[in-house]
Design a protein around this ligand. Structure first.
Ligand SMILES: CC(C)(COP(=O)(O)OP(=O)(O)OC[C@H]1O[C@@H](n2cnc3c(N)ncnc32)[C@H](O)[C@@H]1OP(=O)(O)O)[C@@H](O)C(=O)NCCC(=O)NCCS
Length: 181
């Protein structure tokens, strides 16, 4: 399946690799978490999370590629610098989540990761994405607006909820513009 593919990403002149997270790879989940500062952790989990419990790390690594699909971006052969995931909430609907380690943020990696997740969502038969983000999380709100073109976006008590359609054709964003995958 296409979602199992490994590919190269060039971000800010650096070549990175992106591939599915191996099922049960708790070490990678922890390595990415350890490279997130306090603000990033709070934004990722919508509440302060000083440490990952064993149960949480195990659940985050429990990626079977269908119910829970996760991809990891690595710099060089080993260092993981980002994780992206799609967790099904219904048969054809999933919640996306992104985490880019602090020293890689703001260089365009989050956008490429989200594009890969969109392509994978289509391959997995996911028709729409839904999720929430903190209203002060400008980077992810920009990504949601510019890459997902949500059909619905609501604000309640500091949290933005969104729903977006997954494009049915390869290399198209939900905004209808063609992009290079
Ligand atoms: C949210 C996150 C995944 C975005 O990834 P990134 O690699 O930093 O983002 P990019 O460099 O691709 O930039 C995405 C957009 O945010 C903007 N942006 C990036 N850093 C920003 C900053 N510090 N302040 C404001 N805007 C910023 C970019 O200009 C771009 O906007 P554009 O669409 O108008 O060009 C990353 O910042 C992150 O992991 N944050 C912590 C965890 C989190 O918040 N996860 C999301 C909830 S699941």
């Amino acid at each position: 399946m296409e979602t199992a593919r490994s590919e190269r990403l060039v971000v800010a002149g650096v070549t990175l690799s992106i591939a599915p997270l191996e099922h049960g790879d708790v070490a990678t989940v922890r390595a990415v978490f350890d490279q997130l500062g306090e603000l990033s952790r709070t934004r990722r989990y919508l509440s302060p999370v000083p440490r990952l419990t064993t149960a949480a790390a195990t659940a985050l690594a429990d990626a079977d590629g269908f119910r829970h699909h996760a991809v990891v971006v690595r710099e060089g052969p080993g260092r993981p610098v980002a994780l992206g995931r799609l967790v099904r909430t219904e048969a054809r609907r999933a919640e996306p989540a992104l985490e880019v380690v602090d020293d890689w943020q703001g260089r365009g990696l989050g956008r490429l990761l989200l594009r890969r997740l969109l392509a994978d969502a289509r391959e997995l038969g996911i028709a729409s994405l839904e999720g929430t983000a903190s209203a002060d999380n400008r980077p992810v709100l920009r990504l949601i607006r510019h890459e997902l073109c949500p059909s619905e976006m609501t604000y309640d008590d500091g949290v933005v909820s969104f729903t977006a359609w997954v494009p049915s054709r390869a290399h198209h964003t939900p905004c209808g513009e063609r992009h290079i995958a």
